[in-house]
Ligand binder design. Structure first.
Ligand SMILES: [Zn+2]
Length: 352
């Protein structure tokens, strides 16, 4: 989750997008432990809405940054982390409680300003071009980390800092103990496993969200629902996923592809996903691979995969490529990957 350099972020699309939107990328400026941020508004009139929804389709409220009060801390690896004030107090209580059980955590990153996100977007655009930047970097204004209420934890095990995503994923039993205590301090887990089509992100056990209400947090956590579902921002029901049978790909490889599709689908505001199915090994032809390679001459794609999706668009879809209030069936999604990278969506739509 650390953003050591821009290059290190060139991982698979969804993971990278999650890193940039959800995680990492805190600017490192040395400060005293827990000092008031210079930006902490003394002129603050009314407080922030702790139940605010910020995701791929819900933008940070315009006056958010002027209302926000933050604190800075320095974590165990020496990075400066800025957090909303009450969220930080609650985090300290959670941390102390976890320590009683021998679990040690620290803050990897919390608040990132819209301006910081714009800088990352500009750097990527300059280095890799606009298409790649738009595909890889979260749109400034649409990251929950802008709120200061989203916190990325990391683990400290036997005195060692475990900060990389893949390493942290190796401790599911520790995460479940952490998750069990979140609601007691007004936090929820934000990006649940298998709910990518709602949240737009893959599973992130480290990304927690402060909502300043213990009862509501307990309700959300005990029902095992996403924040979107609690707020009624997602209207769909259960999604059917059919991985079919393949002699080319293992089910885990197909699952990784579906996560990419679901992450992208979540940015189609108001669209309701019904089903996704593997289009079959017969769709994966040499001709199609060649065509995709030709459309993406800079890539080194060696494998492709196709999925078909059924979904329904809302009454007023903001997406110009889709008709409003319509059932789409057998909508095509093509993904490709190189010998050493994850799946990337290369095209979608009819005739894709
Ligand atoms: Zn995060």
């Amino acid at each position: 989750m650390k953003m050591r350099s821009i290059i290190s972020l060139m991982l698979c699309l969804c993971l990278t997008a999650a890193v940039l939107v959800g995680c990492g990328g805190n600017a490192s400026k040395p400060t005293e432990n827990v000092t008031e941020a210079a930006t902490a508004a003394e002129t603050k009139t009314d407080g922030i809405d702790y139940m605010v929804l910020v995701n791929k389709t819900h933008k940070l409220p315009d006056d958010w940054e002027e209302k926000l009060e933050t604190v800075h801390m320095t974590n165990s690896v020496g990075d400066d982390v800025e957090t909303e004030k009450k969220a930080y107090d609650a985090y300290l209580k959670l941390k102390a409680d976890l320590e009683k059980d021998g679990i040690h955590v620290d803050l990897d990153s919390a608040r990132r300003s819209v301006a910081d996100q714009q800088r990352i977007m500009d750097d990527f655009t300059k280095q890799y071009g606009k298409d790649y930047a738009l595909k890889t970097v979260a749109t400034p204004g649409y990251s929950e980390h802008h709120t200061g209420l989203a916190l990325d934890l990391y683990l400290i095990i036997d005195g060692k800092d475990i900060t990389e995503n893949e390493d942290m994923m190796q401790y599911p039993e520790i995460w479940s103990k952490i998750h069990a205590k979140l609601a007691d301090y007004g936090f929820i887990l934000r990006y649940l496993e298998g709910r990518e089509y709602i949240t737009g992100y893959g599973y992130e056990p480290w990304h927690i969200r402060y909502i300043d209400n213990v009862d509501t947090a307990k309700e959300i956590m005990s029902k095992d629902i996403t924040f979107e579902e609690y707020l009624g921002a997602y209207k769909g029901g259960k999604v059917d996923i059919d991985y079919g049978t393949s002699s080319i790909y293992k089910e885990d490889e197909l699952k990784d592809a579906v996560i990419q599709i679901e992450c992208r689908f979540a940015s189609l505001d108001g669209c309701v996903l019904k089903s996704i199915r593997y289009a079959g090994d017969e769709a994966v032809t040499d001709e199609k691979l060649k065509a995709i390679q030709e459309q993406n001459p800079d890539s080194k794609y060696t494998q492709i995969v196709e999925f078909l999706m059924d979904f329904h668009t809302p009454e007023n879809t903001g997406d110009t490529t889709l008709e409003s209030d319509r059932d789409y069936t057998d909508y095509q999604w093509w993904l490709a990957r190189t010998a050493d990278s994850g799946w990337e969506i290369v095209s979608f739509g009819y005739g894709a």
